[in-house]
Design a protein around this ligand. Sequence first.
Ligand code: ADP
Ligand code: MG
Length: 309
Amino acid sequence: MGSEFELIDQAFRAASPSRWPGTEVPNGDDASVHACEPGTAWVVSTDTAVCGVHWPQDFSLELAVERAVCTALSDLAAMGAEARLVWASAMAPDAAAITMMGRGVSHVVARFGLELAGGDTVRAQTTGLNVTVAGILPQNTAMRRDAAESGDDVWLAGRIGFSAMGLEHWLSGERDVDMVSAFAEVEPLLATGTAIRELGVRCCIDISDGLVQDAGHVAVASGVQLHLDLGACEDWPELVAICGEHHAVDLALAGGDDYALLFTAPTRLRDSLAGLARRVGDCREGRGVVVSLAGKPLVLPAHGYDHFA
Ligand code: ADP
Ligand code: MG
């Protein structure tokens, strides 16, 4: 391996052709330049993932990096955006790790037809990746946290609790792919996000830090109370069968890392949304979140994932 720039070229640039017609200046210059389409808005989000915090030390670095890019894309899905561009800033102690990270980034970029528009590569004791993603949508159509209204249905696309279960299995030494894949393989629900936005959904959040905490963000921002029925969530009986009801409740309420989409919609959209998500509750006057199982309200955890708690 030669210079830093050869390393960058080999790890990142070679695998990121310009795929976006709006790109005037692609990756490789001091900055990239992208035209704005009339009537559309850019949606931009950034996330950082660090070894030992966001993935276990002994986890595959390539997979960890794929995960990191996918979790960033999940934020675009929650806004209803079509993903377009990615910036990836990598830090690692050695060139081999950077090469591995480049492979992970390239896989996801290719899988979703995105363009790696830039990034940074630095040496550091810790291995980590900052990912910035940008997508587009028609102006004034983004799905937000503050747009739920009393009387709306609450919907959930994707499963909750399984990722936390997969991580627990990994940490206990389990290496069976089926048991850990829910943690290892994040699927950003981009197609679902744009589909529900096009149907008229205006309020959505992705569940990254646990159902109760993220549903709570919608409740606070919108000034409503969310009522959720855990039993109505996708594959709930399967989670209970694997880890028992008591533990399944803990994982689903506060486990985190699910990257499911929680959204609210007026009841007139029920028929059109039925194939895209599960209806799991409703919004009422009031504040906070109520989650019940078999008709009984559950005692909720004080908080979900919190880096500084
Ligand atoms: P500058 O000194 O202009 O900030 P750098 O030396 O950091 O640029 O990087 C040189 C070029 O390589 C830039 O165009 C940058 O976008 C690209 N690059 C560096 N690291 C990455 C990465 N991890 N992913 C994608 N592109 C990268
Ligand atoms: Mg420069």
